[in-house]
Design a protein around this ligand. Sequence first.
Ligand SMILES: Cc1cc2nc3c(=O)[nH]c(=O)nc-3n(C[C@H](O)[C@H](O)[C@H](O)COP(=O)(O)OP(=O)(O)OC[C@H]3O[C@@H](n4cnc5c(N)ncnc54)[C@H](O)[C@@H]3O)c2cc1C
Length: 466
Amino acid sequence: MLPTTLVWFRDDLRIADNPALHHASQQGQVIGVYLMSENQWEAHHVGSRRRSFVRESLRALGERLAALNIPLLSIPTPIFDDAPATLLRVAGPLGARRLAFNEQLPLNERRRDAAVRQALEPNGIAVEVHQAGTLAPVGQILTNDGNPYSVYSAFKRRWLDRAHSAWWTPLPLPDTQAVVKLPQSLRSNVVHEPGAGICGEARAQRLLDDFVKRRAAQYDTQRDMPSADGTSRLSEHLSCGTLSARQCLAAVLQNDDKAVRLMDGRRPGADSWVGELVWRDFYRHIVALIPRIIRGCAFRQDTDSLAWRNNEAELAAWQAGRTGYPLVDAGMRQLERTGWMHNRLRMVTAMFLTKHLLMDWRLGEQHFMSQLVDGDFAANNGGWQWSASTGTDAAPYFRIFNPITQATRFDPQATFIKRFVPELEGLSAKQIHANPSRYAHDYPAPMVDHRMARQRALDAFKRLRG
Ligand SMILES: Cc1cc2nc3c(=O)[nH]c(=O)nc-3n(C[C@H](O)[C@H](O)[C@H](O)COP(=O)(O)OP(=O)(O)OC[C@H]3O[C@@H](n4cnc5c(N)ncnc54)[C@H](O)[C@@H]3O)c2cc1C
């Protein structure tokens, strides 16, 4: 009889280009397992929309695996500490001699995985770890001194030097296997409800194909305009792994007949999009290599003593999209209504909270995590620390976006603002970009004066420097 491998799915809810699944399926029989850690989600501030997206994606994965005769078990495992005992309990009756999974980079996940290895190996179950979360494996993009890069442009240069075909060659699908007879005790754990179709890798692949075919070429000119459908909208899929970054890179290069050299300037749209995948790698490498980031510390340690103002009423107004700055409010309402926010607006709203209101970036980071379907620790933390000028390669503290100038540049006709702030629907763009509360009486006046707030933030940062 062929040996059985338990493949533990985590943030890689796909059968295509899945290293752990691919290698396990070549070695014998495979059974999939997912540990449903609701309490851990709670502790990590994962919101209800993301939880539903993951559950739906899991159902879609169950369907795809079932078509290959690979059962997928979903086992309630409230917290990470329960993972070793749960996996031992599942592996036993299945006679599994191997556990395979793709690595996760944040510290808590790595600690959990180390505990799993410690528990399983003495029981005769080998543990096999694969790299899948980044294009460039962690540890391959280091400075000449062997340190992690703290500046994106230097990271990207080294990344491009090191890039090779394995980064854009997805692994093939696993073969169909013989039907597995599960022990009675595990049958009720099989994921068998069909997925809703809006999640899962088939949907992700369609979105990717559509983006590459229709929009990638204009990405560099459209990506900053919130009213345009200019970005890929793949973040939800990339964050829970219904799509891999390697599939993205493969798709965008294939469209160039594979002849393209990465970032050679011939295709500015595609190059610019690949640059975003490099940002994704950059923040993930930081999280893996600088563990204090996971403990809530700023990358720039001196900024941990900044005198943040933490005012609950102002935080609530920002969260509700009632700041009196239309672009900020439109962004916050987009987040609240859809669970996604355009990147330009993530920067504008994050900078507004941390600079105009001078509030701790961790409050914003947590709020975003609770709302975003694509909530991803590395990208969210990186984005917040960039905006707050506390992080790697962050915006310099004196570069404070003026929310009105941002609106006139990136939403000149106020098309996007009107979509999400209905109180301003009847106003002209000129009125919206001036002081809209004068014309729309149900819209608040600006909660803070830009000049005063800017100076207050500059003073707070200057005090840090002594
Ligand atoms: C304050 C703040 C918080 C953020 N929080 C998250 C988050 O929780 N999850 C998340 O996936 N992204 C986050 N981002 C990054 C970025 O805003 C989103 O990835 C992007 O808006 C998703 O839309 P898209 O898929 O259409 O992106 P595209 O523009 O099509 O980019 C393609 C992919 O590249 C990656 N990417 C793009 N920009 C970045 C970036 N700046 N950093 C890291 N990866 C990037 C994403 O995986 C994205 O899906 C945050 C940015 C900021 C400023």
